[in-house]
Design a protein around this ligand. Sequence first.
Ligand SMILES: [Zn+2]
Length: 268
Amino acid sequence: MIRETLDLLMENFPVLIYAIVFIYGAVFGSFLNVCIYRIPAGESIVKTNSHCMTCGKKLHWYELVPIFSWIFLRGKCHGCKSKISAQYPLIETLNALLFVLCLFVKGLSIDMLLCQALMSALVVLSVIDARTKEIPNGINIFIAVIGIIRAVISVIPYIREHRFPLDAVLGPIVVAGVLLLILILSGGGAIGGGDVKLMAAAGLFLGCKSTVLALVIGCVAGSVIHLTLMAVKKVGRELAMGPYLSLGIAVAALWGNEITGWYLGKFF
Ligand SMILES: [Zn+2]
């Protein structure tokens, strides 16, 4: 019944639905900006009063419209004229596009909502990890929780997609085990404890095969991009793996079944 209604909506009003998803993606994007600044500082993320980072002026509603406010204010605070980071509209736009992509790939469904929640968590942890070289525990816990929800609903007939909870349990064990081994053998140099926890949490969401895929994509992208950056921009050797693992996790969440199916299909 709900399924049919959603399909009917999607069939008849695709543009409207894409627009709604883009808008709530941008609105969540502004919340992500708050998380990105407040989580590393240890501040509460539910406190509501938004203010200018420089002069402390409280923001009016029309200064809080995602993406558009920044363009309308030409990137400057209305009160003190100090520059507002372009990161705000960029994160809002990125999150909106990721939400739309989840709709495109997953259709109007519960899995779409779970994937959108995952994408948002990955955006926040990537920016924080790139800045502070640390992945906040709270975000890993959040990913683990939505992963468990996804595993649980996968056994409910009618919304499941041929996944078994066993797969969700094996995912984190296999990948976190491998990473833990690397962590121990390298004496903590090659990979951080936060990365291990991230892959364990993502394993709950992705299941076994897709988690391995996420790790492979993350490591390949990380090595290629970081080596290029080291050569071109002379960045240091120290590598924040979070953004690259996030890329792998995002790709695996959206297309994991298709990619692993295609790859394994070549051999079996
Ligand atoms: Zn100001």
